[in-house]
Write a protein that binds this ligand. Structure first.
Ligand SMILES: [Zn+2]
Length: 296
């Protein structure tokens, strides 16, 4: 009787696999409470996300990642969270059991979470830079890895970036912990920094060099750094002062960005249906192209 009751309940099936990711190891634990999306399909999704991150950073950001995939809930990918751990990181993420391979091919969330591994842990006031980097770099990394087209990426960026603009009463990125300023305000900081670095270096360096510089000097999620230390390392890698200067401009005052002028300069024109067209004669068209071009 007791046995019968136990067997009639859905018993979570736990299984584990290990995936190499450009010199690191991802230990995956699947926690399935129902039939549906298979582990093979999930493994392919994990490999795509790690490939995007490896492409952007030139290496996997931590030696060891523990990834817990909970198969439950409605279709799609939900509730990704990333934590530092002793020798690397831990990501917990949920995938609905009816999620298809094609849903997973267009997923951004796992790439976003893995990008969190590649930047040092910050104090609460600077949460915007952690989220901003993940929001800004995620589609760029996927385009560089051939998983997304530049036209699709810029369409979404042009549509979503205005959410990062300051609202009335804004006190700068360090003192305005709203959703818009944390995620998209942080992403806008990254976009402006990327364009400025590329303009100042005649397109020889970009934000990607700065972020690789921070990671290569040991600044991954396992480390607690001051924000100024991270920006100084990033600036050293590009031979500029862009990150430090822009931080001083945006940390404690609203400092809105003229996005319309920025899109025009980059040669991104939006059609009424939301699709974008590129103007290769725009003054910073080569900057736009360099952002999504894979780096050696
Ligand atoms: Zn995040």
């Amino acid at each position: 009787m007791l046995l019968g009751i136990l067997l009639s309940r859905p018993v979570p099936a736990i299984s584990a696999e290990s995936v190499p990711a450009c010199g690191a190891n991802i230990d995956v634990r699947f926690d399935n409470d129902s039939k549906g999306v298979t582990n093979d399909v999930l493994m392919n999704w994990i490999k795509r996300a790690s490939t995007a991150v490896c492409t952007y950073y030139g290496k996997f950001p931590v030696h060891q990642l523990r990834l817990q995939v909970h198969v439950r809930g409605s279709e799609g990918v939900h509730h990704g969270v990333t934590y530092p751990s002793d020798n690397g990181g831990l990501i917990r993420i949920s995938v609905g059991s009816s999620t298809t391979a094609s849903d997973l091919d267009s997923d951004w969330m796992l790439t976003h979470e893995m990008i969190h591994l590649a930047f040092p842990s910050m104090a609460e006031d600077h949460h915007w830079i952690e989220e901003g980097i993940s929001v800004y770099v995620e589609p760029v990394a996927r385009v560089q890895a051939g998983q997304l087209t530049p036209a699709r990426m810029w369409k979404d960026v042009v549509r979503d970036m205005p959410q990062g603009e300051p609202a009335d009463g804004d006190r700068g990125l360090d003192h305005t912990p709203t959703w818009g300023r944390t995620y998209w305000g942080g992403a806008m900081f990254c976009l402006v920094a990327d364009v400025r670095i590329r303009e100042q270096t005649h397109n020889r360096k970009g934000l990607q060099d700065a972020l690789r510089g921070i990671l290569n000097s040991g600044g991954n999620i396992t480390q607690d750094w001051e924000i100024e230390q991270a920006f100084a390392e990033g600036d050293k890698a590009t031979g500029t002062h862009v990150l430090t200067d822009l931080y001083h401009e945006m940390r404690d005052k609203p400092n809105p960005v003229d996005l319309a002028a920025l899109w025009q300069k980059l040669g991104i024109q939006r059609a009424p249906d939301g699709a974008v067209e590129f103007n290769d004669k725009a003054p910073a068209a080569t900057v736009r192209e360099a952002i999504t071009h894979p780096m050696k």
